[in-house]
Design a protein around this ligand. Structure first.
Ligand SMILES: Nc1ncnc2c1ncn2[C@@H]1O[C@H](COP(=O)(O)OP(=O)(O)OP(=O)(O)O)[C@@H](O)[C@H]1O
Ligand SMILES: [Mg+2]
Length: 331
């Protein structure tokens, strides 16, 4: 992609938002110069502007692009991201209720592991499991956004409303089959699609279709067909991948998972102190030594850190800091 082509793409991307505002002159110049690798100081020098001003124009531009594209765009990664974005535009995607992940911190190791499993090692079933609020949904969206260009079809769905399999297939098959879709919404037909096309399916909140409190991960009555679907996706040869997230692991998945097998599971733990602190900073809490205690107290659980501005959380926060011996926390 040349700089001019990239400029056109960025302009179109920004015009597609609710603001419908493309690039202005100064943004265009800063973009083109950044594209060829010039530093802000060099650009400022060339244009006769103040360096801080050029930096501000650049930062604002990357921020706006991050919001639309769903990945953190910077001067350093703009080429790679736009290339990926351009490729993804040729695939069919349906993101359902997928959350916005433009403010996403850390998880680089997990993203690297998961994308290797799916991209290089062609895993057919990948599970992301962990406690409530630990970040499974967010990570699944971030991952799918990052690897979307490797797939002809990307479909993201939440099972939170305990969606019967027939209803789900009735939504997915027309997306995969277009005008060839019929009233047949069988697992057989889906498997055929997964063989013929490279599809990425993400099903979030699998615990909603499992019996609650049942550690064996047995399915709720009426949802047993999902077991058959998952097992066939794990066992049969096809070129697609299903990512499932949940607080509990569905039965029979553990026995199929393995380091060198096409079925893998990742047990997600909390964010590191540095990553967790970024959530607190984004919430408007200034950096303070007590934050490390807070992140540790909440086990790096991003949901707990995200809600720490509520009155109740302030109480927890006060308790946590006093328990941990840092009583002078101010909020
Ligand atoms: N890496 C991250 N960076 C920034 N915020 C995050 C990150 N991971 C999670 N969050 C935030 O933490 C909150 C909880 O995350 P998420 O909904 O992904 O958790 P979950 O594991 O899916 O929870 P549940 O089990 O309830 O479905 C969300 O508000 C999300 O925006
Ligand atoms: Mg979730």
């Amino acid at each position: 992609m040349t700089g001019e082509e990239a400029l056109k793409l960025v302009d179109a991307v920004l015009r597609s938002t609710v603001l419908e505002q493309g690039l202005n002159d100064i943004q265009s110049v800063v973009f083109l110069e950044s594209w060829v690798g010039r530093t802000y100081a060099e650009i400022a020098d060339k244009l006769g502007y103040d360096c801080d001003y050029v930096k501000q124009v650049g930062s604002q531009l990357w921020r706006s692009l991050s919001q639309v594209i769903g990945e953190e765009v910077s001067k350093k990664n703009i080429q790679a991201i736009l290339h990926r974005y351009q490729q993804s535009q040729t695939s069919t995607q349906d993101w359902g209720e997928a959350v916005d992940v433009s403010r996403f911190y850390g998880r680089q190791t997990e993203l690297q592991t998961l994308s290797t499993w799916i991209g290089k090692e062609h895993c057919r079933f990948v599970g992301i499991f962990g406690l409530g609020g630990i970040g499974k949904t967010t990570l699944s969206v971030k991952l799918a956004r990052q690897i979307q260009s490797q797939f002809e079809y990307v479909i993201w769905r939440s099972l939170q409303q305990a969606l019967p399999l027939n209803t789900l297939l009735g939504e997915i098959l027309p997306i995969l089959m277009g005008s060839e879709a019929t009233i047949d919404s069988s697992i057989n037909l889906l498997m055929k699609q997964l063989q013929e096309k490279r599809c990425l399916l993400v099903l979030d909140n699998v615990e909603s279709i499992l019996q609650s409190g049942n550690r064996g991960g047995e399915y709720q009555r009426g949802f047993e067909a999902y077991q058959q679907l998952f097992e066939r996706i794990c066992d049969e040869l096809h070129q697609s991948c299903l990512i499932v997230t949940g607080r509990e692991k569905p039965s029979k998945i553990a026995v199929r998972s393995g380091e060198n097998l096409p079925v893998r599971s990742l047990c997600l733990s909390g964010l590191s102190v540095i990553e967790g602190e970024q959530i607190l900073i984004a919430k408007g809490l200034n950096t303070a030594p007590q934050h490390q205690n807070l992140v540790n107290y909440f086990g790096g659980n991003p949901l707990a850190l995200t809600i720490c501005r509520n009155r109740y959380s302030r109480y927890i926060l006060w308790r946590s800091t006093s328990i941990l011996g840092t009583r002078n926390y101010s909020f």
